[in-house]
Design a binder for this molecule. Structure first.
Ligand SMILES: CCCCCCCCCCCC(=O)SCCNC(=O)CCNC(=O)[C@H](O)C(C)(C)COP(=O)(O)OP(=O)(O)OC[C@H]1O[C@@H](n2cnc3c(N)ncnc32)[C@H](O)[C@@H]1OP(=O)(O)O
Length: 232
C-alpha cells in the first residue's frame, strides 16, 4: 500500500502498488474512515434511499418530521466542504463526495475498486431499485456515470488524470437490477495530453455495455506541476 503523491495533496488518498496485488486484485483509492460515524451515516442513508425509492406507503408524515429533524441537526453540527477549494483531485474530501465512488455520498453505490498488476481496475456491485431505468433494469445514465468514473479510476491507476472530453457507451444487453455486476476498465494509450480508456460491464458472462472514453489531461498538471491544483 502506498500513497499517490502525483495526484494528491497534503492528505493523500491511499493507493496500491499494482505489483503487490494478489489474484483478487488490491483495494484501490481506499477512503479513510475518520471514526466520526460519517461512513455509517452514509450507509444508513443508502438504506433509506432504497426504502424510499422502492416502497409504497400509507402515511409517512411522521417519518418526514423525523428526517427533517435529522437534516436540521446535521446542518448545525457539520462543517460544510467548499468544492472550489480542494488542493488536488486526490484529497479524501474530494473522493468521498463523489456520486459513484464516494464513501460519504449516499447517492454512490459506492464503488469499491480493486486494481490488478496490468492496470485493470475492477468493481463488483449490485444495484437496487433506486437506480432503475426500464422496469428491472439499471438506468442507462447510471451506467454512463459508473463507466465515466471507472475510466477515471483506470487513468488514476496508470498515474494520470483527465477531464472527460468524449464518452461513448454501447448498450448491448439490459443491465439487470439486483444481480451481481462486474465493471472492468483499463487505460489503452496516451498521446500528449490525450488519454484513451475503455471499460466493459458484465453480469455473469453477459456483456451488458461497453465504453470508450477520451480524456484530456488538464493544463498545469503535467510533470513538475503534478502536485499543483488543477487549472483549466
Ligand atoms: C487520484 C484521484 C483520482 C480521482 C478519480 C476521479 C475520476 C473522476 C472521473 C470523472 C471525470 C469527469 O466527470 S470530468 C467532467 C466532465 N467533463 C468536462 O466537464 C469537460 C469539459 N471540457 C473541457 O473542460 C475541455 O473541453 C477539455 C479540458 C476536455 C479540453 O479543453 P482544453 O484543455 O482547452 O484542450 P484543447 O486544447 O481544446 O484540446 C486538446 C486536444 O484534445 C482534442 N480534443 C479536445 N476535446 C475533444 C473532443 N471532445 N473530442 C476529440 N478531441 C478533443 C483537441 O482537438 C486537441 O487535440 P490536438 O490538437 O492536440 O491534437
Amino acid at each position: 500500500m502506498s500513497t499517490d503523491s502525483s495526484a494528491s495533496g497534503e492528505q493523500p488518498v491511499e493507493t496500491t502498488d499494482p505489483g503487490s496485488v494478489d489474484a483478487d486484485g488490491a483495494p484501490f483509492l481506499q477512503q479513510p474512515d475518520d471514526g466520526s460515524g460519517h461512513l455509517e451515516l452514509a450507509a444508513e442513508l443508502r438504506r433509506l434511499r432504497g426504502l424510499v425509492a422502492g416502497s409504497t406507503f400509507e402515511d409517512v408524515h411522521d417519518a418526514v418530521a423525523t428526517v427533517r429533524e435529522l437534516s436540521d441537526h446535521l446542518e448545525k453540527v457539520g462543517t460544510r466542504v467548499n468544492p472550489f477549494t480542494y488542493e488536488t483531485w486526490g484529497v479524501p474530501e474530494h473522493i468521498g463526495a463523489n456520486p459513484a465512488i464516494g464513501s460519504r455520498n449516499p447517492i454512490s453505490p459506492p464503488l469499491e475498486p480493486v486494481v490488478f498488476p496490468d492496470g485493470t481496475v475492477r468493481v463488483e456491485l449490485t444495484l437496487g431499485i433506486e437506480y432503475q431505468g426500464p422496469p428491472g433494469c439499471v438506468h442507462g445514465g447510471i451506467v454512463a456515470l459508473l463507466f465515466d468514473e471507472m475510466l477515471g479510476l483506470a487513468n488514476a491507476a496508470a498515474g494520470s488524470v483527465g477531464m472527460t472530453a468524449d464518452l461513448r457507451v454501447t448498450y448491448k444487453s439490459p443491465t439487470p437490477l439486483l444481480q451481481p455486476l462486474r465493471i472492468e476498465a483499463r487505460q489503452i494509450r496516451t498521446e500528449g495530453r490525450k488519454i484513451w480508456t475503455e471499460a466493459t460491464l458484465h453480469t455473469g458472462d453477459t456483456l451488458c455495455a461497453r465504453t470508450e472514453g477520451l480524456f484530456i489531461e488538464p493544463r498545469g498538471i503535467r510533470d513538475e506541476d503534478r502536485d499543483k491544483p488543477i487549472e483549466g
